[in-house]
Design a protein around this ligand. Structure first.
Ligand SMILES: Cc1cc2nc3c(=O)[nH]c(=O)nc-3n(C[C@H](O)[C@H](O)[C@H](O)COP(=O)(O)OP(=O)(O)OC[C@H]3O[C@@H](n4cnc5c(N)ncnc54)[C@H](O)[C@@H]3O)c2cc1C
Length: 645
């Protein structure tokens, strides 16, 4: 590993506007979690040129703040200029509240601001993803999204380090190293210290009827455990897409990363290629709303990695999306794709809070002692989690609840989909059936997370994992610098409020099992007891986002309102892929970073194997795709010469 001084000398890909070339093989829109993984992997081939355009700043100026895990709580970049600071539209079923949706606007994207939990989706969920895209016809591509394939790609991102003996003396951490990767760029480990209250997590859960999960991340996500985090145990820092995939690289002249460059539009051909698809010739970006737009030519493909809000927004501003949305926003329609921005899902969460006589991480932090300033203490990050299914939540088989949901399908598909497109409605039904029949009753429906980072109190959040409520994100102006509109339609489906209410009751059972370690319940407090009172509390104040939006560029069959196919290619566009957390067709019972690393690794592999060639297309060749061969080599030579001049 290079020393910090030598690291500075390395180019690390960061460039200024004057360094930008006229064309690149690949242009990646968004240098967030997925975008930087793909940039790093594609430029392993020295003959491949890549430009990353990232709207946010590099973050060099706040490196310490990002790198310290505890900074997530005590000096968070949420709410700063490194956050897009989105808000939803008022949510009628949340008492018309608007909900803040932070997203990273910085190199590394949301992986630079997230809470570092690393939890994989289960085998059942990933296999259901494979099944839902299988009807599109390419079975070998569909099988990429099943457990067997995604497990390998998620592991490829990782380098696992087991918990230290110091940690294990405070809390029993069960893990199976074989379920993690070794030698990958992202560090996966545990904090340097542990807080005593966490030590009773799995035993309290067991007293409440939830068994310990002894091999988390191995295909089943059900039970209580201490989850690994994206922590680098060599120096107790955050391991995120930039520090993992970009900073350690040797100099690569074929990689250019331009911060503060917002992709405003893709310039799409008027003519179709030999397969009947349109294709992108140039990418337009601007450094701010009033700056002149610059145009860069793409030789092969554009990869959209702007995240679940950024990627659909770029498509819509390029004229690709639902006709009614683009008409209303006065954006000329280039390609009608009704699913763009639809199918938006999110995890909703709410916390029960107790006072505690025990010392919390928040107490230690506030003490300002030498220990509080040590790297080991500042590596502490919440990591006590549990995933429970509806059988646990309803204290028995939840068959009646499941039947009620299944019976509501027809009504829900008529009243709860914010699109008139029959394709989008078909997709809604397919996703609904997956959740109602494959995930209920056995797959986890709720995540519990204990937080010990506030002084004097401890809380347990419960977050719904497979929301039946589905919304959309869309544009309402032709100015790409105007914010995107977000309407998740929280609690529009009755089942979500019921599940969350049961979750609050179950969290109280876990709190009771903790005994005297937990003092008085502060929120919602002893006066909130009946189902109706708990539901009112959730609606009026408590429910908020767990920061896991997805589905807005869903991988679904085209006939079901899909945006991308099983190779992540946008339907109707020959050389555009979406590769980020927008493509999951449904939420997983997991935090989304691990699966997004998997998508990005898999995308890199797909692109390396076969990618679009704009020049071949304009030469009227029968094949639009090539392995990165001679053409890439000659492009690279031109690039190097341009660079030297
Ligand atoms: C506060 C918070 C806490 C979270 N906690 C966890 C956690 O503990 N564990 C976990 O697994 N997940 C967590 N997540 C979620 C996880 O971080 C995201 O799911 C993941 O980062 C998504 O990756 P992505 O590549 O899709 O998007 P991002 O990482 O958000 O990257 C998108 C990038 O695209 C850029 N961009 C957008 N539009 C444009 C444009 N037009 N031009 C140029 N650039 C653009 C953005 O600035 C950003 O850098 C959390 C998220 C947040 C916000």
């Amino acid at each position: 590993t290079p020393t910090p001084e030598i690291q500075e000398i390395y180019a690390r890909g960061l460039v200024g506007e004057s360094d930008i070339q006229k064309s690149y093989d690949y242009i990646i829109a968004g240098g967030g979690l997925a975008g930087l993984v793909i940039a790093s992997r594609l430029t392993e081939d020295a003959s491949t040129t890549v430009l990353v355009l990232e709207a946010g700043k590099s973050g060099d100026e706040i490196a310490n703040q990002i790198n310290t895990p505890a900074g997530t709580y005590y000096s968070s970049i949420v709410g700063t200029e490194y956050d897009w600071q989105y808000v939803t539209v008022p949510q009628p079923n949340l008492n018309n509240r608007v909900v803040g949706w932070p997203r990273g606007k910085i190199l590394g994207g949301s992986s630079a601001m997230n809470a570092m939990y690393l939890v994989r989706p289960s085998k059942t969920e990933l296999d259901a993803w494979k099944d839902i895209i299988a009807p599109e016809g390419d079975s070998s591509a569909a099988s990429n999204w099943g457990w067997d394939s995604m497990y390998g790609y998620m592991k490829k991102a990782e380098n696992f380090t087991a918990p230290s003996p110091t940690l294990s003396s405070v809390v029993n951490i069960s893990y199976d190293a074989s379920t993690h990767g070794s030698g990958g760029p992202m560090q996966v480990s545990y904090p340097g210290i542990m807080i005593d209250i966490v030590g009773n997590w799995t035993s309290s859960l067991e007293a409440a009827g939830v068994a310990e999960l002894t091999n988390p991340n191995g295909g089943v996500t059900l039970g209580g455990f201490i989850t690994p985090s994206s922590i680098n145990p060599a120096n107790w820092t955050r391991s995120y897409s930039r520090s993992a995939y970009i900073d350690p690289l040797p100099e690569r002249s074929n990689l250019h990363i331009l911060p503060e460059a917002t992709v405003v539009r893709l310039d799409i051909s008027d003519n179709q290629d030999s397969a009947g698809d349109l294709y992108v010739r140039n990418v337009e970006y601007a450094t701010n709303p009033t700056a002149p737009r610059r145009t860069i030519k793409v030789n092969r493909e554009v990869i959209l990695s702007g995240g679940p809000l950024g990627s659909p927004k770029i498509l819509m501003h390029s004229g690709v999306g639902p006709r009614d949305v683009l008409d209303a926003a006065s954006v000329p329609l280039k390609l009608e794709l009704p699913g763009v921005g639809q199918n938006l899902q999110d995890h909703l969460t709410a916390g029960v809070v107790w006072s505690t006589p025990l010392e919390t991480a928040g107490d230690i932090h506030d003490s300002q002692s030498d220990f509080a300033k040590s790297a080991e203490f500042l590596s502490f990050i919440n990591d006590a989690v549990a995933f429970v299914n509806s059988t646990t939540l309803f204290s028995g088989p939840a068959t009646a609840f499941q039947t009620q949901i299944i019976n509501a399908l027809e009504d829900s598909s008529k009243t709860l989909v914010s699109s008139n497109s029959s394709e989008v409605i078909e997709g809604y039904k397919a996703i609904y059936n997956t959740k109602a029949n494959k995930f209920l009753p056995d797959v986890a429906q709720l995540e519990l997370r204990m937080s010990v980072i506030s002084p004097g109190v401890v809380s347990i959040q419960s977050a719904i994992q497979h929301p039946m409520s589905v919304g959309r994100t869309y544009i309402n102006s032709s100015n790409p610098f105007d914010p995107v509109i977000i309407d998740p339609q929280y609690f529009s489906h009755f089942a979500d409020l019921v599940t969350m209410r049961q979750g609050v009751k179950f969290v109280r059972t876990v709190g009771a099992a903790y005994g005297a370690t937990f003092g008085t319940e502060i929120s919602p407090g002893p006066t909130i007891q009946t189902d109706q009172q708990i539901e009112e509390w959730l609606v009026s104040t408590a429910a908020g986002t767990q920061f896991h939006p997805t589905g807005s560029c869903a991988m679904l069959p085209k006939a079901q309102g899909g945006v991308v196919n099983a190779k992540l290619q946008v339907y109707g566009l020959g050389n555009v892929r979406v590769a980020d957390s927008a493509v999951f067709p449904f939420e997983f019972a997991a935090h989304l970073a691990s699966a997004t690393y998997g998508v990005a690794e898999l995308a890199s592999s797909l692109i390396k194997t076969n990618s679009y060639d704009v020049q071949l297309n304009s030469a009227s060749s029968t094949s639009r795709f090539t392995n990165c061969g001679l053409l890439a080599l000659s492009t690279a030579m031109i690039f190097v010469v341009q660079h030297l001049l």
